[in-house]
Design a protein around this ligand. Structure first.
Ligand SMILES: Cc1cc2nc3c(=O)[nH]c(=O)nc-3n(C[C@H](O)[C@H](O)[C@H](O)COP(=O)(O)OP(=O)(O)OC[C@H]3O[C@@H](n4cnc5c(N)ncnc54)[C@H](O)[C@@H]3O)c2cc1C
Length: 489
């Protein structure tokens, strides 16, 4: 794991208070840390990114509506006034539940952090259903890096098409394929269509960006399946009105640099030539779940989520909680509210034990309060579903009203007043003029993934060469011993 130059340090604390370690600065981790603001504990939040990320608006970064900083405030600045909390940057790679320590790594530095209570909120990554090589050609939408890379790929495709004089090549460059018709896929497809049709209209001389094709593919027969048939059908119609080609019952079987191979319901295989592809088809929980499963009786579900006990703890370890997208709890979807409520519940369980001596077996099971869900389809159009209290029914609406609800709710949940204000101004500009302020792309955004792959390839090569030369040195028979003489020393 670490090279010979790696350093290892045990995170120290001035005096011994109860140590609460939180993994992850997303919705689960951050809200758990904030819940412990007044508690007589030391909170250590370890995350592999320096920021808290408002994932629901990543697609707006990818399509140039807002800047990445607006949805990714620095975690240590958010927690600056919370004196019992500190933030450590690093990727957790080991959790030792017997010795109650967590090990994280930043570059070559390994840090060991002891805990009394552990809240794990490491979220989920994109799942390519066993075809991880698809990631190179179709990035997902989970991180700021993903969003910026996608922005680079989308706008880069238009730039390349402008330079081409080959109609077939131009068509390939101006065909955008979004895989997965869940909320993220729908939002992205809608925004790429609006950007090419409105924002970029008239901005090129050799191509007409309004002729760009946006194809939304999904193996299932519906758009936005969790929203039910009525809202799904309305969202599909709205997308088609924007010119998006929605192809359902279409399973992606292969992906490469130049396009996608699709298998239709009747078994027919066909090919779509497209340079810019986006993957939003599935999720796989953090691999830290496996680290827990290897040390306890806890099971993982098919998406790698941890099947926690009703109090969100790991069997046999009442002080280890798993929350958010990493937990598998019936009836709790992988949404921000599930993570926020889970994070707060775990913090409350720790507080209850400290304040009232509440024992783990006295904890009330975690209960999820469904506040409803919504997804935007395009400018002025969204779908919304809110449970009706006291019934099992849901209030459903779509269109302008739902869109206004979406805007208001997302502004409320964004962290930081300035971020809210900036976003509001950008939205006003984008929705009233159809202009976008964030259309810059850099070489790094477009080539970062290839550069990193290249780097890791070179690093592997360097290590292999170092290893080979070590072996050669060991195997080399000194001249004097070849003559049967014992070598000196
Ligand atoms: C594109 C997109 C759109 C979405 N839209 C909506 C929406 O409209 N409404 C909604 O309610 N939900 C939406 N969601 C889902 C919602 O964002 C998640 O359910 C929520 O973020 C889960 O919170 P979490 O804390 O479990 O994980 P995350 O928010 O993913 O946070 C995980 C944290 O753990 C850190 N981490 C991961 N692994 C490690 C490690 N090994 N070591 C250290 N740190 C680690 C990460 O850096 C991150 O800080 C969307 C998600 C995406 C990706």
């Amino acid at each position: 794991m670490t090279s010979s130059s790696a350093t290892s340090s045990r995170a120290t604390t001035a005096h011994r208070r109860r140590q609460v370690v939180i993994i992850g600065s997303g919705f689960g981790g951050l809200f758990a840390a904030q819940r412990l603001k007044k508690a007589d504990v030391d909170v250590t939040l370890i995350a592999k990114t320096t920021h808290h990320l408002f994932q629901p608006m990543l697609y707006q970064v990818a399509t140039g509506i807002i800047a990445e900083g607006e949805i990714a405030p620095a975690t240590r600045v958010i927690l600056r006034k919370q004196k019992n909390a500190r933030v450590l940057l690093g990727e957790v790679f080991d959790i030792d539940m017997e010795n109650q320590t967590v090990r994280s790594q930043l570059l070559e530095r390994v840090t060991e952090t002891p805990y009394d209570d552990l809240i794990i909120a490491a979220g989920a990554d994109q799942s390519y259903f066993g075809n991880d090589h698809f990631a190179e050609y179709a990035p997902g939408m989970k991180t700021i890096d993903n969003a910026l890379e996608l922005r680079g790929r989308i706008l880069g495709a238009f730039e390349q098409a402008e330079l081409s004089s080959d109609p077939a090549e131009q068509e390939k460059l101006l065909t955008f394929v979004v895989v997965g018709a869940g909320a993220t896929g729908v939002e992205l497809a809608g925004q790429i269509a609006e950007m090419s049709d409105k924002t970029l209209r008239g901005a090129f001389r050799n191509i007409d960006p309004t002729t760009a094709k946006v194809i939304l593919l999904d193996a299932s027969p519906a758009v936005l399946p969790p929203y039910g048939e009525k809202l799904g059908t309305k969202a599909k119609k709205r997308l088609e009105g924007l010119g998006v080609d929605v192809q359902l019952g279409a399973m992606v079987t292969d992906l490469d640099f130049d396009g996608v191979t699709v298998k239709d319901k009747d078994g027919t295989l066909r090919r779509i030539e497209s340079q810019c592809k986006v993957w939003s088809a599935g999720v796989q929980a953090s691999s830290l779940g496996k680290v827990l499963a290897d040390q306890s009786d806890v099971e993982l579900d098919r998406a790698g989520r941890v099947k926690v006990l009703p109090d969100l703890s790991v069997p046999g370890h009442p002080n280890v909680f798993v929350v958010g997208d990493m937990m598998a709890v019936d009836g709790v979807p992988g949404v921000a509210q599930g993570a926020i409520q889970g994070g707060r519940y775990a913090a409350d369980a720790i507080l209850a034990e400290m304040k009232r001596g509440q024992q783990p077996d006295q904890r009330k099971p975690f209960s999820y309060f469904d506040k409803g869900s919504m997804a935007t389809v395009s400018r002025f159009s969204a779908v919304m579903q809110v449970p009706i209290p006291g019934t099992k029914r849901k209030f459903e609406t779509e269109g302008y009203l739902a869109w206004l609800g979406w805007l208001a709710l997302h502004l409320v949940y964004m962290v930081g007043f300035r971020n809210r204000l900036n976003t509001f101004i950008n939205w006003f500009f984008a929705f009233s003029t159809r202009g976008r302020t964030q259309l810059a792309i850099t070489e790094q955004q477009v080539y970062a993934r290839s550069a990193l792959t290249e780097l890791s390839y070179l690093e592997r090569l360097r290590l292999a060469e170092a290893d080979k030369s070590d072996r050669d040195d060991r195997d080399a028979v000194p001249e004097e011993s070849s003559a049967g003489e014992p070598s000196a020393g």
